[in-house]
Design a protein around this ligand. Sequence first.
Ligand code: G3I
Length: 316
Amino acid sequence: MAGLRDLAESQGVRFGCAVKTDALVQDAAYREAVAREANVLVAENVSKFGPLCPERGDYHWGPFDSIVEFAEANGQTVRGHTLVWHTQMPAWVTEANAEEALDAHVRAVVSRYRGRIESWDVVNEAIADDATPRDTLWRRALGPDYLAWAFRAAHAADSAAQLAYNDYSVEEICPKSDAMFQLAVSLLEAGVPLHAVGFQAHLELAAPPDLGLVRRNLQRFRALGLELLITELDIRIPEPFTEEMRVAQGNLYRALTEVCLEEGVSRMLTWGLTDRYSWVPGFFTGTGEALPLDAAYGKKPAYTGLAQAFSVVSRG
Ligand code: G3I
């Protein structure tokens, strides 16, 4: 039976998800679902700076290697997430050694996987919730041009990889997405190798996005010549979960995906595939069931919504 990957491919796009190494190793049903549904994978945690390099110079490649190898065995591409972030950092990186540490990290990681990672989230979440530049160790140590510096370093290490800026709460036109737009414009004007923008899309059924504003937002980034990616989609619903909410969630998955495909989004990734393994209940207490498959790998209305969108849309 066709999976979401096949339906997406029939539209000339890819569908994928974030994966957990432990589940890939331990859970055969998970492996089967990921192989059947996704043709682009991203590591949920193991390719971040802290998990990859907990001690200076001591790289733990194994968990990410196993995801890249799984992808290659299943005809899936890989997104790298993420080189520059303020979270999940190793304790050994300080403002005093930040430049040297980041330079070595980007060279080590991007060159190791050169030709095997289709697209990198070079910088993640550099804009704060109030739409100002986020105050991070990287910015304090390297100055405001650290983004340009990171993109150039990644490009030097793999000139064929797509390089993306990735952030959350930027799906609609709003002050934060305005700041992301200005950032993209200034990087492009400076000749920085920025190729794509990632809209994470961690959504809440109780506060759905205005799809008209999403459409116009996607259009303005596309007009810059950037490739559009939905990188971490999930739609959380509040407890107690009801069938009515699941249906409404499925409708939102479908409507959002249709807009994305109409506006030229090339990759749609959910942040996880099954409610069995999801960051949502742990971070947003009292919510959950955010993903296309339920905890027993059953297909939810969310799954059907994605499948329908991938079946009917004519691409923009
Ligand atoms: O691996 C350790 C384990 O050894 C330890 O025993 C356990 C105790 O807390 O922690 C485990 O690490 C956790 C890790 O997930 C793996 O499960 C971390 O505490 C926990 O903070 C970490 O959370 C991740 C979070 O990023 C970190 O900020 C989530 O799984 C992951 O889904 C989430 O992903 C982010 C994206 O990278 C960026 N966009 C937002 C998205 C959701 O927050």
